[in-house]
Design a binder for this molecule. Structure first.
Ligand code: ACM
Ligand code: ZN
Length: 604
């Protein structure tokens, strides 16, 4: 199982993201009749149970494993800490003949070690021998401290159970940051005690889900807003605790000064014109509904909200949005114009900067760090702000050169609301503009932009994938859009720079997809390449069908019927000499298949 990679011998064990190093010996570990997981301190109790539960999931029976805090050297599998491990979040996994030892820099590292062990165990299950494991040593630590996934719960609301599933998906890929986009024009999703209308009004919109996102008329008088939802404080606490057990930090995003129609529908007094509006049921563009920056009470309102948010979320970072604020209202507002004069601001861009700076001071004083989309650079970046670069990498480069920390999430590579292939006609409707973003493109991404010096590059905290949900109504669809792209991204943010190798990554992917399948998690499977919608030819034609994965198989029909797993398997190019319709799809061993691609061949 060894392949050569840039001259090194790399073991192709299906651990994703690829570890820093794996050394394998010829020996074998065998599970004893009674397996005990021991752990050296209380802060690993959850991780020990997590491993026990994973083993029970593999064996589909009540776990034979007992978990016991036994002290560090007893037990079949032991979880221990070693502060001497240098790298943050690092771990070492030793599978010896008689014992498995996972050593972490901290409990978080041990949790990551458990994830690697789980993937190795899952491979054994697939091979039909769960009693043994190859002896090996993995030494591992992440390349970046910010390894994230984002989820927009405003455009469509996802309940608490799905948020936990999403957190589980992060955990399976050693991601550590869940960016929770809780506020946008189309819905406010977090209960705030002091301002109950944020949820009683702001969380609900008129149901126009039967219409395309961009063609939904506003709520008319007499119509009732019934579509939406929100998280209670108790639910948020529960989710924050659930994430913390899995060593995942939740960064809440409370948008300002734009993307807040839902707020202004509830509290129009914080807008410039102070006239009532309704929560838009679909696209709202440009983002003209903004907070009045000239009204001091706007800031008191936001400080109250942030106080409650900070009470619920222990995260060091608080995301305040900052993107896409249309300045029309500010130009016409007497209070905003007075603010510009009084504060000696040049224009509305500097007014936005004033706004963010004021919030930055507040968060800083509370011991938190403001993070915002790269528009917060416009008009001057707030002193302590971290920048999330989404409109390409330019904002990230500028911020890093100003000695500010940066999280990279360029829409070109990290926006998982985009199509995953050029086959838009057979894919569920996705973000309609721009190019598609396939797995290889995500995998190719490097979070450190070219041209940064090494000291500037230190400001790149990492990267994250974003799931904007205008076109995603259900959790299974969210999973379909983020997977397997998030798996590729996990390797981008974890594995050493020189370790990345796309074809080799694909050889490890099947194990992980099977694991996701067994866990009931949805994911995208590519469609067959090599088929054009319509192709005319003369005489005869050779048709070559391509499966971009090194696993799975192509099944096809030539009689116009839908292919199934029972259809002929594609093994070599097809020769056709008359009008033919080829329908083909990729099937995985676990029974899942990608979308059916159709090619029409017309003989002239
Ligand atoms: C964004 O996509 N508007 C951050
Ligand atoms: Zn105003």
């Amino acid at each position: 199982m060894q392949i050569s990679l840039q001259g090194q011998q790399v073991i192709r064990r299906p651990v994703i993201p690829a570890p820093v190093s794996i050394e394998e010996s010829a020996e074998t570990f065998t599970f004893p009749r009674k397996t005990v997981i021991g752990y050296s301190s209380k802060d690993m109790a959850f991780t020990a149970r997590y491993l026990k539960d994973f083993y029970a999931f593999l064996t589909s029976q009540k776990s034979q494993i007992r978990v016991k805090a036994k002290g560090k050297t007893r037990g079949t599998i032991v979880l221990v800490l070693d502060p001497a491990i240098e790298q943050a979040e690092g771990y070492r996994l030793d599978i010896k003949r008689n014992q498995i030892i996972i050593t972490g820099k901290n409990p978080q590292g041990v949790f990551f070690g458990v994830q690697s062990l789980s993937q190795l165990l899952y491979e054994r299950k697939r091979s039909g021998d769960l009693r043994t494991l190859p002896c090996l040593t993995i030494v591992d630590y992440p390349r970046f401290p910010w390894r994230g996934l984002h989820l927009d719960v405003s455009r469509h609301f996802f309940d608490k159970d799905f948020i936990k599933r999403y957190i589980d998906i992060l955990a399976l890929h050693k991601m550590n940051t869940f960016h929770w986009h809780l506020v946008d024009d189309q819905g406010w999703r977090i209960e705030i005690k002091k301002y109950p209308k944020l949820t009683s009004v702001g969380a609900w919109r008129i149901d126009r889900e039967d219409l395309p996102w961009t063609e939904r008329p506003d709520q008319k008088s007499g119509e009732k807003a019934t579509y939406g939802g929100f998280y209670t404080r108790e639910e948020i606490k529960d989710i924050v605790a659930y994430a913390a057990e899995r060593f995942i930090t939740i960064v809440p995003e409370i948008e300002m000064p734009a993307h807040v129609s839902s707020v202004l529908a509830a509290y129009p007094e914080y807008s410039c014109r102070q006239v009532p509006i309704t929560v838009p049921p679909g696209s709202h563009w440009p983002c003209t509904n903004v907070y009045c920056a000239g009204n001091d009470s706007t800031f008191l309102f936001l400080q109250d909200i942030l106080d409650e948010v900070m009470n619920l979320f222990p995260s060091k970072y608080i995301h305040i949005g900052g993107d896409e604020a249309d300045k029309t209202e500010w130009k016409q507002c007497l209070r905003c114009q007075a603010r510009i004069r009084d504060e000696n601001l040049k224009d509305e861009h500097e007014l936005q900067s004033y706004f963010i700076r004021r919030i930055d001071k507040y968060l800083t004083q509370k011991g938190r760090i403001l993070i915002g989309w790269d528009e917060i650079l416009e008009g001057g970046l707030a002193e302590n702000a971290t920048v999330m670069s989404w409109r390409g990498t330019e904002g990230g480069i500028r911020a890093a050169r100003m000695n500010h920390d940066v999280v990279m999430t360029p829409e070109s590579h990290c926006y998982f609301d985009r199509y995953q292939s050029p086959d838009r006609d057979i894919e569920p409707r996705a973000f309609p503009y721009g190019n598609y973003t396939n797995l290889e493109k995500v995998y190719s991404y490097d979070p450190v932009p070219e041209g940064l010096t090494s000291s500037e590059a230190k400001h790149i905290l990492g990267a994250q994938g974003n799931a904007w949900t205008e076109y995603m109504l259900y959790g299974s669809h969210v999973e379909y859009m983020i997977l397997p792209r998030a798996i590729a991204l996990s390797e981008v943010v974890w594995s050493p720079y020189g370790r990345k190798d796309y074809p080799e990554f694909l050889t490890r992917l099947e194990n992980q997809l099977d694991l996701l399948h067994d866990k009931g998690i949805n994911f995208y499977i590519p469609s067959v390449e090599g088929l054009k919608d319509t192709l005319t030819f003369t005489d005869t034609l050779q048709v070559r069908l391509i499966n971009p994965y090194p696993f799975g198989e192509i099944r096809y029909t030539i009689d116009g019927s839908e292919p199934s797993y029972g259809s002929p398997r594609y093994r070599k190019p097809l020769f056709i000499n008359r009008n033919t319709v080829i329908k083909a799809a990729i099937y995985l061993k676990n029974g899942r298949s990608g979308k059916v691609k159709t090619g029409r061949f017309i003989r002239e």
